[in-house]
Design a protein around this ligand. Structure first.
Ligand SMILES: [Zn+2]
Length: 276
């Protein structure tokens, strides 16, 4: 596994693979979809599937944004039992150490996104300001099912004075902002780069979709979505914006480095992956 880097204006956006690609059974992810609907999707969109309609390709990426005002890590993957972790190996591949990270953005309160932000109970990025949108932070504080996760992965950052709870549309560095995308989690914030300023814009998603098959089928909501209707509404809004503004889109659980663009087709929208 290796990293993949694309330029966006003055920035470099790198996809860091955390998991090797794996297969998930779509009937266990998209509970509202019938077998017939999944078979039809497999016939129409084979790119997203393995050998059969029972195998949907799945993965996990973290993203690194390097620019004139510092290095921003967007999500941190899962805690790793092996060291160096895939996250640290990915950073090393582009010549960075943990001390070189200036900001860590957590897009939402899930284990596979915040788990690598600490190492042995300590901040893994000692010089970084860790960023969490205020809605997600407040809901995380009251999320009983994730109390242990908060204690293990957020409290050490607070204790070290490294956590900043910010507005849901806060600027991280010039040109880089949080962008509220509720649904998967109530306060999930994606991250935008150069939004509405140039033709070199990007958005790094907070699990606004998982498989990019949901660009063509935005009503398919993942069983892990906290509010399926809100997730679907947000997904449609982001799909329309990404197509209209020709954004590079970076997606944590989508295959082929998670990079692609949203295009129109005769049925609505489709995912155009960067497979190079
Ligand atoms: Zn996730």
């Amino acid at each position: 596994m290796s990293t993949h880097t694309l330029p966006i204006g003055d920035f470099l956006l790198t996809s860091i693979p955390i998991w090797p690609g794996r297969m998930m059974n779509p009937t266990q992810l998209f509970l509202d979809q019938t077998i017939d609907e999944i078979d039809a999707a497999h016939a129409k969109f084979p790119y997203y599937f393995g050998e059969s309609s029972q195998e949907l390709k799945f993965t996990l990426n973290a993203f690194l944004l390097r620019g004139p005002n510092g290095n921003v890590l967007i999500d941190t993957g899962v805690p790793s039992e092996t060291q160096p972790s895939p996250l640290m190996s990915g950073l090393a591949e582009v010549g960075l150490t943990p001390a070189d990270i200036n900001f860590v953005v957590f897009t939402h309160r899930d284990f596979d996104h915040i788990g690598g932000g600490t190492l042995n109970g300590q901040p893994a990025f000692p010089n970084a300001r860790y960023i969490l949108g205020h809605t997600e932070y407040e809901h995380f504080c009251h999320d009983e099912g994730r109390a242990e996760m908060f204690a293990n992965h957020i409290a050490p950052l607070e204790n070290a004075g490294l956590l900043s709870v910010v507005d849901n549309d806060a600027e991280i560095v010039p040109g880089v902002h949080l962008y509220l995308t509720p649904g998967h989690r109530s306060g999930a914030t994606s991250v935008t780069v150069n939004l509405r300023t140039t033709h070199h814009g990007a958005i790094i998603l907070a699990d606004t979709w998982h498989s990019a098959i949901q660009v063509s089928l935005p009503h398919w909501h993942m069983m892990f979505d906290e509010d399926g209707h809100a997730a679907s509404a947000t997904r449609r809004q982001v799909i329309e914006m990404a197509e209209r503004d020709d954004l590079l889109v970076a997606v944590p659980h989508t295959i082929d480095h998670g990079f692609g663009k949203v295009r129109r087709d005769e049925h609505g929208y489709k995912w155009d992956p960067f497979t190079e």
